[in-house]
Design a protein around this ligand. Structure first.
Ligand SMILES: *Cc1c(COP(=O)(O)O)cnc(C)c1O
Length: 450
C-alpha cells in the first residue's frame, strides 16, 4: 500500500494525530454557520440541529469522523422530516395500506393542504366580511360529485360518521342491524360497541349468514331510530347466504343508513361488488356514511350523504363540533374531489401490461448492476377495508429476501412483502414516477452489501 502523502499518519504517528485532530474539531458556533445547518435550523428548530452537531463532534472525538468532515456528519445526522412520520414507498401491493396511512393524496390535494396551512377563509366570506359556513366549497364539491345526495356533511373519519348518526338519530332508541353485519373494523374496534357507546340500543336481526326483509320488518316499531346496513368490507361470507339490500329495506318506513365503508362515489367497473354512494342513495338509502381515505383516495375523513333533514340533524347536533374536520382536511378533500385522478384511482385502473413493462425495465437495469432481480407477475389488493377477495393483476420486482429489511431501513424506506422466500416489490401500489427512487433504494442496498 502506498504511503499516505502528508496525511494523519505522518512522522509523529497516529498516537499524536488524535489529540491534534481533536483540537481541529470545529466549534459549535462555527458549525452552526454552515449554510445547510442554518437552513435546517429554520426547518427543524435549533435544538434538533444542535443535537446533530454535538453527536457529529462526538464522532470526531472518537476518531470516526475527520475534523474537516464534522459539518457533513452533522448534516447526515439531521432528521429527514420535521415530524417522526417518514415518507415511504408503498410496494406492498396493498393499495390502501392502513399501517401506511391508507390513500396517498394526489398532487392537487397536497398543494391544497400547503395553500391552506396559513390563515384561510375557511369560515369567513371575504366579500361581506362576515362569518360563512365552514368548508362550504368542499361540501359543495362533495354534493356535486354525488348529485343524488340532498345534503352532505364531513367529520373526522368513518367511525365518527356512524357515531354521529347513532347519537343524533337513535340515542335512546334502537338501531336495527343484521347479525351478519356486526363487524370489527380493525385493531379491536367493533362497530356494535361503537354504536352502543352513543346510548343507542342495538336490535340484532337474522343470523350470521342469512337475514331477510321480514327479519327487519318484525323488529321495527316506534322505538326504531334507523336500520343500519354495514358493508362487511374486510371479509366475505360465501355459501348459503342471504342479505336484504337497501332497495328492499327502504319501503319499511324508517330511515336506512348504509355504511359503505370504502367511499366510492359511483360504481367502479373493476370492483363490481363494492357498494357506492350514488347507487345506495338511488336504491333508497336515507343516508350513506363512508371514509374519505379509502377508495375515494382523499384525506382521512368521514362522509355523510343523504336526506337533508337527517344530515341537518347530524350537522347541528352538539357532538358535531367535537367531530369536525380541520381546514387541511377540507382543502385536501375538495382538491381530491375536483382534481385529476387520484393515485388510488390510477392504481385501480392501472394497465397490467404497463406494470409488467415497468417491472421488466427495473429488473433489467438492476441486474446490470449485479442485483439478483427478476420481474414476476403478482396480484395487488385494495386493502384498507375495501373490496375483500378482489385481486388486481399486477407485476412485481422480485429480490433476495434480505432486501426486505434493508429496504425498509433505508433513507427512503421501501415497504415490500415476502413471498416464497423472496422480497417482492409490487408496482401495483407504486406510482410510475417513483420507479427511479425505487431503483436507487435497491442499488443503495446492493452497494451496502459489497
Ligand atoms: C373502514 C370502515 C369503517 C371505519 O371507517 P374509518 O374511516 O376507519 O373510521 C366503518 N365501516 C366500514 C364498513 C368500513 O369499511
Amino acid at each position: 500500500m502506498a504511503a499516505d502523502p502528508g496525511g494523519a499518519a505522518g512522522p509523529a504517528g497516529p498516537a499524536h494525530a488524535v489529540p491534534d485532530a481533536r483540537r481541529r474539531i470545529p466549534r459549535t458556533d462555527a458549525l452552526l454557520r454552515d449554510p445547510r445547518l442554518l437552513d435546517a435550523t429554520g426547518r427543524f428548530g435549533p435544538e434538533r440541529v444542535k443535537s446533530a452537531v454535538r453527536r457529529a463532534q462526538q464522532q470526531a472525538r472518537e476518531g470516526a469522523v475527520p475534523p474537516d468532515a464534522v459539518a457533513d456528519a452533522a448534516v447526515a445526522l439531521l432528521p429527514r422530516t420535521a415530524s417522526g412520520l417518514r415518507p415511504v414507498i408503498n410496494a406492498t401491493g396493498v393499495l390502501l395500506h392502513t399501517n401506511l396511512g391508507r390513500a396517498p393524496l394526489s398532487a392537487a390535494a397536497r398543494q391544497a393542504v400547503q395553500d391552506a396551512a396559513g390563515p384561510t377563509d375557511v369560515e369567513l366570506d371575504l366579500t361581506t366580511g362576515v362569518r360563512a359556513r365552514r368548508g362550504r366549497t368542499a361540501l359543495a364539491a362533495l354534493r356535486a360529485r354525488v348529485p343524488s345526495a340532498e345534503a352532505v356533511h364531513v367529520v373526522n373519519n368513518g367511525a365518527a360518521a356512524l357515531v354521529l348518526a347513532a347519537t343524533a338519530l337513535a340515542a335512546g332508541k334502537e338501531i336495527v342491524v343484521s347479525r351478519g353485519e356486526m363487524v370489527e373494523i380493525g385493531d379491536g374496534f367493533r362497530l356494535p360497541d361503537l354504536l352502543v357507546s352513543t346510548g343507542a340500543r342495538l336490535w340484532e336481526v337474522g343470523t350470521t349468514n342469512r337475514t331477510t326483509v321480514q327479519d327487519y320488518a318484525g323488529a321495527i316499531g316506534p322505538e326504531t331510530g334507523f336500520i343500519l346496513k354495514v358493508h362487511p368490507s374486510n371479509f366475505r361470507i360465501t355459501g348459503f347466504t342471504r342479505a336484504a339490500d337497501v332497495g328492499e329495506l327502504a319501503p319499511l318506513g324508517v330511515p336506512v343508513v348504509a355504511d359503505i365503508g370504502s367511499g366510492l362515489p359511483a360504481p367502479h367497473p373493476r370492483l363490481p361488488d363494492e357498494p357506492d354512494a350514488r347507487s345506495q342513495l338511488e336504491a333508497g338509502a336515507s343516508l350513506v356514511t363512508a371514509s374519505g381515505d379509502k377508495l375515494l383516495g382523499g384525506p382521512q375523513c368521514g362522509l355523510v350523504l343523504g336526506r337533508e333533514d337527517l344530515v341537518r340533524a347530524m350537522s347541528r347536533h352538539p357532538l358535531a363540533r367535537a367531530l369536525r374536520v380541520d381546514k387541511l382536511t377540507l382543502a385536501a378533500l375538495e382538491a381530491t374531489l375536483t382534481g385529476p385522478k387520484t393515485p388510488t384511482e390510477q392504481a385501480l385502473d392501472a394497465d397490467p401490461e404497463q406494470l409488467s413493462r415497468r417491472a421488466e425495465l427495473l429488473a433489467t437495469a438492476l441486474r446490470a448492476d449485479g442485483v439478483d432481480a427478476r420481474a414476476v407477475g403478482s396480484r395487488a389488493t385494495v386493502g384498507g377495508g375495501g373490496a375483500p377477495g378482489v385481486t388486481l393483476p399486477s407485476a412485481a420486482l422480485s429480490l433476495p429476501e434480505p432486501y426486505a429489511t434493508a429496504l425498509r431501513e433505508g433513507p427512503v424506506p421501501v415497504v415490500g412483502r415476502l413471498d416464497g422466500g423472496r422480497c417482492l416489490l409490487d408496482l401495483g401500489s407504486v406510482p410510475a414516477e417513483d420507479d427511479r427512487r425505487l431503483a436507487e433504494a435497491v442499488r443503495r442496498v446492493r452497494a451496502g452489501e459489497r
